[in-house]
Design a protein around this ligand. Structure first.
Ligand code: NAD
Length: 354
């Protein structure tokens, strides 16, 4: 076995349908009594209802979460935490609400609790991106890592398939990347593959029957494991492309990951044979890129960058940016191949060995 250093520090996990009822206990367990609740504007009623049980311990609900955590929204959240002398922050929602909670926890040095309502897995990482002056800046700190995470499948039953699918693919993308990360470990490998298996099994069931509570729970289980695997490091050409396409062209985060993943996996296909076979096995497919492409079709997610608004004349710029400050990747970067990969992703073609 290759040498490794395994150094993850997982949060406390409270898992199960109806478990959001434990929110008050989790706040108390941390010795906190002044909690700021954060959410996206669309989740305001849900956040107010779910946190009502905190009573006086809830000092305010701040619905300022936005995708990619714009700095100005982070500042509003931080100001609310200071103004209300919050000693803890509770994110209720998906990666956007969790991102705002992380931004507040980082600056105000207060513990974060997450009540998770999508499948992105971001609650399991000690990292957070924030958009400052049009650029996405990445922060990593133990302060950002949530102290407790509540996974309650009942809260995700209303999550539309059109959001559930891409958020689950976002989690799978992290698990795929973690398999060939330089900092992977035997434990993270197991976590990635089991997370991927669970998510790939759950998403088509959710697409077929959005009210399937067991499948919703399986997807949250997958999100937890994929997110944990991501916490060990999962940067690759896939993540670089997702950040370039999402950041420079303002494309939706989860959909961008979804569309790019089969293509970025095909790019690395011949350089990580063991990881590729393990991914294919976890997906129940013959080959990893095709397995991911079939999963997209089974779930009905977008498969083409052109369908989410990416301009075709931006592909050259995206390929150029992907070559700058590259993330580590198993296969050396080849601009012509990356440009061809982006072309395939833009048109929504099946993944090809470029
Ligand atoms: P999201 O949090 O932006 O939510 C998408 C939409 O779904 C929002 O409008 C939200 O209000 C709505 N929604 C959420 N839960 C719902 C529910 N149960 N029912 C109905 N509607 C619901 O989406 P996301 O994909 O979870 O997160 C994307 C964000 O997460 C991005 O900003 C991305 O950068 C970040 N992210 C960070 C990490 C990390 O490790 N730091 C990892 C993955 C994603």
């Amino acid at each position: 076995m290759d040498p490794f250093v395994h150094d993850t520090n997982p949060a406390r996990i409270v898992f199960g349908a109806g478990k959001v009822a434990a929110l008050g206990d989790e706040v108390e367990r941390l010795g906190c009594s002044r909690t700021l609740v954060v959410c996206t504007p669309g989740r305001t009623a849900m956040a107010e209802e779910l946190s009502a049980s905190l009573g006086d311990k809830r000092v305010a609900v701040c619905a300022e979460a936005r995708m990619h955590v714009p700095l100005e929204n982070a500042e509003i959240g931080r100001e609310a935490a200071r103004a209300h002398q919050a000693d803890s922050v509770v994110s209720i929602g998906g990666g956007s609400a969790i991102g705002l909670g992380k931004a507040i926890a980082l600056e105000c040095d207060i513990p974060l609790i997450c009540v998770v309502t999508t499948y992105s897995g971001s609650e399991m990482t000690a990292a957070c991106g924030m958009v400052e002056g049009g650029r996405k800046i990445h922060y990593a700190s133990p302060r950002i890592r949530p102290k407790a995470v509540i996974y309650d499948a009942e809260l995700t039953v209303g999550l539309p398939v059109s959001t559930a699918g891409p958020s689950g693919f976002n989690a799978i993308a992290h698990a795929v990347g973690s398999l060939y990360s330089q900092s992977t470990t035997p434990m993270l490998r197991l976590t990635s593959l089991e997370g991927m298996r669970a998510m790939a099994g759950a998403l088509p069931r959710i697409a077929a029957d959005p009210g399937d509570l067991a499948a919703r729970g399986e997807a949250l289980y997958g999100a937890w494991l994929c997110g944990m695997a991501a916490g060990g490091g999962s940067r690759s050409i896939h993540h670089k492309l997702a950040h370039v396409v999402g950041g420079s062209f303002d494309m939706p985060h989860a959909e961008t990951h979804t569309i790019l993943l089969p293509h970025s996996t095909a790019y690395n296909m011949n350089h990580e044979p063991e990881a590729m076979q393990a991914i294919a096995d976890a997906l129940g497919a013959k080959e990893a890129p095709e397995g991911l492409h079939s999963l997209e079709q089974a779930v009905g997610t977008p498969t083409a960058l052109k369908d989410i608004g990416m301009p075709e004349d931006g592909l050259d710029q995206a390929a150029d940016e992907a070559m700058q400050k590259p993330y580590p990747n198993p296969r050396p970067l080849d601009r012509a191949a990356i440009r061809a990969l982006l072309d395939n992703a833009w048109h929504g073609r099946p993944p090809a060995r470029v």
